[in-house]
Design a protein around this ligand. Structure first.
Ligand code: HPA
Ligand code: ZN
Length: 335
């Protein structure tokens, strides 16, 4: 049996995808034209040149610099809807059944875009995917950690009505990691947990470029139930035991780790160690337009590197359903 066929049909859940990171070069140039946006002088001039640039990120910051320029072409509600829909349609063909998608509101509001239209556009695409593609979907708002925590707090306050309506289901933390340790955001998470509906879930990027201590410290000070990336947890056996015992899922992004030079090769992502320790993890695309692959491409890259057997894949798929922020009824459908 062709493993690629098995992996294509395996029902998949994605817990780590930034909707702004699904902006394909072709759509980026199309929207720049549609909205009359002048890209910086040193920005690659063609789809091919941009794709080539994406294959040569030095590190997370080098990627983020381009990612924030990319965002600047998103202006109207239709842009946000088109962006998310393109991702959902493509991923559905790769066997995606459930998605919990991140977005970075501060990256839009700070350049004068109305929050209502960011959420509105994303929501239209997600609701359409539920109807037409049979997917379940959730939205997670992320705070940008390179901005002051006081601005994070104001962002949480501006989101309160959307959390109450049930349009936003989680809160996360992303952007430049090493210089902005988790403790900076203790009060943001504390405020969110005390003021938002109790059904809201909490996660944070940790242990992508920073070491396992950021994972440990994020768990300690942010009150989160999941870790995004977390690959460096594998350097700390005690932490690995804690993750397994507390059933903290890591949302691992193999092709992202390779493109951002977190690892030299997908085979260095500690998949076997996670399996050995019983640390639950899911496999995700992170910023698929920038890192050369959507959800199935990430599954295939793991398979090529690790040659997992069917039982191991079923275990991974089941853990990924179990760690999803959905009802028990929906989980049964997804298993
Ligand atoms: N890490 C941190 N911030 C991000 C990422 C990431 O992988 N993708 C988009 N924002
Ligand atoms: Zn990410």
């Amino acid at each position: 049996l062709a493993t690629s066929e098995f992996l294509t049909h395996l029902p998949k859940c994605e817990h780590h995808v930034h909707l702004e990171g699904t902006l394909e070069p072709s759509l980026l140039f199309q929207l720049a034209h549609r909205n009359n946006i002048q890209l910086p002088d040193d920005f690659p001039k063609s789809v091919e040149a941009l794709q080539y640039r994406y294959q040569n990120f030095k590190d997370l910051q080098d990627f983020l610099n381009l990612y924030y320029v990319g965002m600047s072409v998103l202006i109207t509600e239709q842009d946000f809807e088109d962006l998310a829909w393109a991702y959902l349609e493509k991923s559905s063909k790769q066997g995606l059944k459930h998605v919990e998608a991140f977005f970075d509101p501060q990256g839009h509001v700070d350049r004068g875009i109305d929050l209502e239209l960011v959420i509105g556009g994303f929501r239209k695409a997600l609701v359409r995917a539920e109807k037409e593609l049979g997917m379940s979907t959730k939205l997670i708002m992320c705070l940008l950690r390179h901005l002051p925590p006081s601005e994070g707090l104001a962002t949480i306050k501006s989101f309160a009505p959307y959390y109450k309506k049930g349009w936003i289901h989680g809160m996360g933390l992303d952007s430049s990691e090493v210089e902005f340790p988790p403790e900076l955001f203790t009060s943001c998470y504390q405020y969110a947990r005390s003021s938002l509906p109790k059904e809201v879930h909490y996660t944070a990027h940790a242990g992508e470029e920073a070491g396992s201590d950021y994972v440990r410290r994020s768990l300690k000070c942010l009150g989160i139930s999941r870790i995004d990336h977390g690959v460096h947890s594998a350097d700390d056996p005690e932490l690995m035991k804690q993750l397994a015992e507390r059933d903290i899922m890591l949302t691992v992004c193999p092709l992202s780790n390779k493109r951002l030079q977190v690892v030299d090769d997908v085979s260095q992502v500690p998949i076997r160690k996670f399996l050995e320790y019983g640390v639950p993890f899911s496999i995700n695309s992170d910023d698929p337009a920038y890192f050369g692959g959507y959800i199935l491409d990430n599954y295939l890259a793991v398979q090529e590197a690790f040659k997992l057997n069917v039982d191991e894949w079923i275990k991974i798929a089941k853990n990924s359903v179990r760690g999803s922020w959905v009802s028990e009824k929906r989980k049964k459908d997804l298993y």
